[in-house]
Design a protein around this ligand. Structure first.
Ligand SMILES: [Mg+2]
Length: 250
């Protein structure tokens, strides 16, 4: 039996010169549980009389508003001035505390969030997948993240990439095309010669495809894609499948 028979669901992709990654929820776990844990620490440290989940839910609604407004995809030149997460999160906490009538320290809460984002747990397939790819592919990262949490997160886990780029260092958030061009430029590869692997259909798949990269969706929980969402070139549920995709690429 040959390999194609073993993996009939995986397509044949264009052979890449580089494989590029999103970080949060692609290489490291950054789910509701992790965020509620952070908010429990914030509530405890600041003696806030509110449940962590309730505070997080309120804050998250405001924070999603920031995410929706930060990039004008139709006309990127009309996007508002770039704001790091540290700045945006401080503003989101200030608004949350005001709306809920809480006497909280917004900048302390944002700082706690930044620190905790540098300590997120790693998925169990991340290290073996990257170790298998490293000898045969050039690897890079672009994360919608501040360097203050992205760099210690990768450094402490001893994950090595040729290039580590962030929204903060590029002053632009995915899915803006400038984010992907920024990373391709640093990697010195044409966008069409790169694969981009990420968990978000909007930020990662749409963004990568819009610059001609091969977009690989890591869909660990087998979430439905929806009818009108961006279509990935391949879908995997474990990063170790990248080696198979690479073997099959032509
Ligand atoms: Mg992600």
């Amino acid at each position: 039996m040959n390999r194609e028979d073993v993996n009939p669901g995986l397509p044949r992709l264009r052979r890449p010169r580089a494989i590029l990654f999103d970080v949060y929820d692609t290489l490291f776990i950054n789910g509701v549980e992790e965020w509620v844990g952070t908010f429990e620490r914030i509530c405890r440290a600041q003696s806030l009389q509110i449940g962590a989940k309730e505070l997080w839910t309120h804050w998250k609604r405001i924070e999603v508003g920031f995410r929706q407004r930060r990039t004008n995809l139709a006309d990127p030149s009309m996007s508002p001035p770039f704001k790091s997460y540290a700045v945006a999160w401080t503003e989101c906490f200030a608004q949350t505390f005001k709306e809920l009538g809480l006497k909280g320290d917004a900048s302390g809460a944002a700082q706690r969030s930044v620190t905790d984002m540098s300590k997120r747990p790693i998925f169990e397939d991340t290290k073996p997948a990257l170790a298998a790819l490293r000898p045969i592919a050039r690897l890079g990262v672009f994360s919608n993240a501040d360097d203050a949490f992205l760099r210690p997160l990768l450094g402490d886990s001893r994950l090595e990439f040729e290039v580590v780029a962030s929204s903060e260092s590029a002053a632009v958030y995915k899915p803006a095309t400038a984010a992907f061009h920024h990373l391709a430029g640093l990697m010195k590869v044409e966008t069409r010669d790169a694969w981009y692997v990420g968990d978000q259909l909007h930020d990662d798949v749409l963004g990568a495809r819009s610059v001609g990269m091969v977009a690989i969706w890591i869909n660990r929980k087998h979430a439905p894609r929806g009818h009108d969402g961006p279509v990935p070139d391949a879908t995997i549920d474990d990063l170790r499948q990248l080696t198979v995709l690479l073997d099959r690429s032509t």
